[in-house]
Design a protein around this ligand. Sequence first.
Ligand SMILES: NC(=O)c1ccc[n+]([C@@H]2O[C@H](COP(=O)([O-])OP(=O)(O)OC[C@H]3O[C@@H](n4cnc5c(N)ncnc54)[C@H](OP(=O)(O)O)[C@@H]3O)[C@@H](O)[C@H]2O)c1
Length: 276
Amino acid sequence: MSGKYINTHIGFIGGGNMAQAIIRGLLQAGHPAKKISVADPIAEQQQLIKALAEEITCTIDNATLAKQCDMLVLAVKPQIMNTVAEPLGQINRPDNQVIISVAAGITLASMSDWFGTDSALIRVMPNQPALIGEGMSGLCATTNVSNTDKQQATYVMEATGKALWFEDEQLMDAVTAISGSGPAYFYLIMEIMQEVAEEFGFDKKTARILSTQTALGAGHVAATANEELSDLRKRVTSPGGTTEAALKTLEAGGIRDMFRNALQAAKERSLELGKN
Ligand SMILES: NC(=O)c1ccc[n+]([C@@H]2O[C@H](COP(=O)([O-])OP(=O)(O)OC[C@H]3O[C@@H](n4cnc5c(N)ncnc54)[C@H](OP(=O)(O)O)[C@@H]3O)[C@@H](O)[C@H]2O)c1
């Protein structure tokens, strides 16, 4: 699909971590650097962008960039999105420009307020592993976004990992709870495993490798296997064995309910933040 969109001029408002991750992926996918522009007020960020590819245009002028791009990616922090997006809504931008926000919690309704209900607007919830090309992004769009526009947005977000579309924007709160916040849940489990490994007598470096390589291996198996996750678990749980002893302790401690409640809390918080 990548070849189809190499002429799409993609502009980024904000050249921080997320923008750099997407740009890195786009360049790897063969997107021409001269078809990428970035607006960021910080010289250091611009240098980091230029280090990815010298031909990328960098500017401090959001409005000029927004006038030139077929696709505009809003990649600033949610707290300043209003200040950044409102002026961009006032200027003449190309007809059919597609606007993507990767900011957590910024709703399509807010985007419509800034850019008008006629604009093609896409909301994305990425997650942190996007920074290394292993991200999980949830996408949703206003009803006037064409299939071609959606394919272009998929092309952009797949540069950072996997991308899934959702018809109903309300599901974005659930996406936030599962994949948006999800990396932190796994970091917590790895953190606990490392701590206990250290208590068992391993040095910190060894404990970290034991914990993280196990998570990596299990993640790979889970992502590629055809079996149900519960079957994978059962396959490594011999009756009367060590794994069973650990899992019984977790079940007795109420891990399922605890996790369910945690995910529900994240979903409710996402909903609350969206309202604000
Ligand atoms: N990083 C992640 O793992 C992650 C995960 C999910 C979603 N996201 C979303 O992605 C978005 C970007 O996050 P990030 O981690 O890339 O943040 P970031 O590294 O802080 O990048 C934002 C960039 O925008 C710049 N900026 C500030 N004001 C601007 C303006 N008026 N015009 C243009 N650029 C401006 C910032 O400069 P200053 O440094 O001067 O502020 C910074 O370079 C956020 O909305 C976040 O919710 C990120």
